[in-house]
Write a protein of this length. Structure first.
Length: 160
C-alpha cells in the first residue's frame, strides 16, 4: 500500500511506487496493490482483511534523501514523525486497530525526503533513483510472506 499525496512531490513516493508495480514478475494474484492516498480510516478494511500489510511512505527524518528504512510499527507511536495530515489519520487507524486487537503485521518502508514540494507531481532525482532499490527491498519480503513466514525487519535487510 502506497501512502502519500501525489500533489506534493517527493511526499507522494509511496503512490508513485505502487503505480509502477504493474507487470513486475514477483507480483501474483495473492498480492493486492493499493493506492492508499492520504490514509485515514477509509483504509481500515485493508488492515482488517490481510494478516500482513506492506506500507510505503515518505519521511522527513533528516537522513539523506532516498535512504530506505524498514520498521515494523506495532503502535501509533512507532511511526515516524508526522509530516502531513495523512500521518495523523494513519496513526489514528493503527491505534484503533490495536485497541480492537485487529492490527496485522505491518511492514513500513520509509523513504527519506528533504522537503515537500506543493503542487508538484514529479519526484526529485534522488527519490526517483531510490525506486529500484525500494523494489529490491519489497520483493523479497513479499516472497517470504507468501511462504507464510513472519519476517523480522533486521532479517530482511540482512539479505538485501
Amino acid at each position: 500500500m502506497g501512502i502519500g499525496n501525489l500533489l506534493m512531490g517527493d511526499e507522494g513516493v509511496g503512490i508513485h511506487f505502487v503505480h509502477g508495480l504493474e507487470g513486475w514478475p514477483w507480483l501474483q494474484d495473492d498480492v493486492e496493490i493499493v493506492d492508499g492516498g492520504t490514509g485515514g480510516f477509509h483504509l481500515m478494511e485493508y488492515f482488517e482483511s490481510y494478516p500482513n500489510v506492506i506500507l510505503i511512505d515518505a519521511t522527513m527524518d533528516g537522513l539523506p534523501a532516498g535512504l530506505i528504512t524498514l520498521i515494523q510499527p506495532r503502535f501509533a507511536s512507532d511511526f515516524p514523525r508526522a509530516m502531513s495530515s495523512h500521518d495523523i489519520g494513519l496513526r489514528d487507524l493503527v491505534e484503533g486497530l490495536t485497541i480492537l486487537g485487529r492490527l496485522p503485521n505491518i511492514y513500513l518502508f520509509t523513504v527519506s525526503i528533504e522537503k515537500i514540494q506543493p503542487q508538484c507531481i514529479e519526484l526529485s532525482p534522488e527519490i526517483a533513483a531510490a525506486l529500484p532499490a525500494l523494489e529490491r527491498s519489497v520483493a523479497p519480503l513479499v516472497s517470504r510472506l507468501r511462504q507464510g513466514r513472519h519476517v523480522p525487519a533486521l532479517e530482511l535487510f540482512a539479505d538485501c
